[in-house]
Design a binder for this molecule. Structure first.
Ligand SMILES: [Zn+2]
Length: 98
């Protein structure tokens, strides 16, 4: 026969085990949701939802929406494009005029 402190000890162990299982399920679900979100939105314009086209400008792959004219840069691409160029914005604007 178990004593009350023993029952509480095993109940705490069981609860901790179930909490860890629930946490692992939550993490797995979050990962699946992230994968599904990425698959649903990958290379789609965040403004209008249509597909983005990749164009290469000065060696940088730029994502452009030819429907609404949006231009999207990945992390670090703006820095690569600007790279000390004095007329950077004039150059970019002339390229993406619709
Ligand atoms: Zn768009």
């Amino acid at each position: 026969m178990t004593t009350k402190p023993e029952e509480e000890y095993f109940a705490r162990l069981e609860a901790e085990k179930k909490r860890k299982i629930a946490e692992a399920k939550r993490t797995a679900l979050a990962t699946v949701e992230l994968i599904q979100l990425k698959a649903a939105h990958w290379m789609h314009c965040p403004k209008c939802g249509l597909e983005l086209e990749e164009i290469v400008y000065r060696g940088v792959r730029i994502d452009k929406c030819f429907h609404c004219g949006g231009v999207y840069l990945d992390n670090g691409e703006l820095e690569k494009l600007s790279g000390g160029e004095s007329h950077f914005w004039d150059s970019i604007l002339s390229l993406f005029k619709s």
